[in-house]
Design a binder for this molecule. Sequence first.
Ligand code: PLP
Length: 368
Amino acid sequence: MPISTESDAAVDNGVYLDWNATAPMRPAAIEAMMAAAERWANPASVHAPGRAASGTLETARETIADVIGVDPRQIIFTGGGTEAATLAMRGVARDRHIVSAVEHAAVRDAVRDREILPVDDDGIVRLGALEAMLTGAPAIVGVMHANNETGVIQPLSDARELIRRAGGLLFADAVQTAGKLDLPEADFVGISAHKLGGPPGVGALIAFDEQNLRAIQPGGGQEGGLRGGTQNLPGIAGFAAAAAALDRDWMPAARTRQRRLEERLIAAGGAIYGAGATRLPNTTLVGMPGVPATTQLMAFDLDGIAVSAGAACSSGKVEASHVLLAMGVDEIAAGEAIRVSTGWSTTDRDVERFASSWETLRRRRRAA
Ligand code: PLP
């Protein structure tokens, strides 16, 4: 069956408050992808079209490097944030792997023999515990810049100092912060295009310590021999165009909306997770006591509002959020949390619609 594109332009995502899952693609990214696709060639080919493709690839690398403030040679393009994490966690020459208890599955499941770094009630890594864990053989440590469920920002400079002193290396998953915050201090940083207005399936590992990295997918030796496989040029061109279009002008308004929203939800009986920590201004994880996340998701969906459960849903079974469990939240409450995440085109009205819908559902469920 042919894939229909006819009706795609008319797709209306309603009130879209699931930006941490994926952000809408910037028009400039779509245009750049189309242009790169029309001038197709393999960037490794030596003929003229190949050289032109290589030029597009290197211009994209320079654009992204410029936006995030790194040397273009430090950028290794990957097939997304997950692959960037896998490359760092498996490709770094260290025998031990430590990951924080609140990591995304991309980092948590990148290696099997991992040691878990605990977090406090707000989801912040316990630096004392980290220091104690680092006394053994040098490790590669995975700690995210900000959490995708709670928005909680980790004290990465302090963590890095401890790790460096112990001869270890830090991988920071910056998938949720790239474009919103400056790049964290780390030896390796992972980013993903589709969280910042580019296409899915493209990302990068920023390797500040390349000599400690070896390819886990050597293939044809692309990306300086660190990631084999023909580069996804249209995707990378879209990634670069999205990066060039980034701004942070929307963030103060997002912070104001977050504060107002959370005040309303708390007044109506909601529990805000990570409230005691510094968080991203676009993320709120809220629990509705007594109402499973799946029930809430369905109710919001009927209201035309797209949000996510803090819980993972696999084969029809809802699992309580590992992030909340690590923060000491009990299993029932951990299965009642909904994540609201906003972005540059979110309006006051969008957030207002969610707040009203949440309050109505809460009232209805209490009356039942
Ligand atoms: N890390 C975090 C914190 C994420 O939120 C995500 C995506 O949800 C990923 C990694 C994975 O990125 P990608 O979808 O590009 O593989």
